[in-house]
Design a binder for this molecule. Structure first.
Ligand SMILES: [Zn+2]
Ligand SMILES: [Zn+2]
Length: 122
């Protein structure tokens, strides 16, 4: 008997789109959802998946966010069509022009040593 096993990882685009104010750059952008997973296949038929990860990419600045598995799974099943900004965790921010003050969240252009609004040292 001859078996063909395979282990691969795959990326899948989820049917999810949302317009948000991007937490990274502060402009209006869209979120696109993706899922990555590893799968085990036998005779090229995927048998099971594991290590699913869900993430979102913003269309405005290309920053990448992760979300919790629970939310991701609901999203995959189409049970939710909106996620809260607070559920997003920034993995990779492409936006480098403006930082935010740790104290008051005031957007600060690079070059400043102190926050112009509250005076906190950056
Ligand atoms: Zn953005
Ligand atoms: Zn400040």
């Amino acid at each position: 008997m001859f078996f063909i096993f395979g282990m691969s990882s795959k990326e899948k685009r989820l049917d999810f789109n949302q317009t948000i104010v991007c937490p990274c750059c502060g402009s209006y952008g869209g979120l696109k959802a993706f899922m990555t997973y590893n799968y085990f296949s036998l005779f090229f038929i995927p048998l099971f998946k594991w290590d699913k990860k869900y993430y979102l990419k913003s269309t405005c600045c290309g920053s990448v966010y992760t979300i919790s598995k629970n939310i991701g799974e609901s999203m995959e099943m189409g049970r939710i069509n909106k996620i809260d900004e607070s559920d997003l965790k920034v993995v990779h921010s492409n936006y480098r022009g403006i930082k935010k003050c740790n104290n008051c969240n005031y957007p600060i252009e690079s070059g400043f040593e102190y926050c112009p609004k509250c005076g906190t040292k950056l």
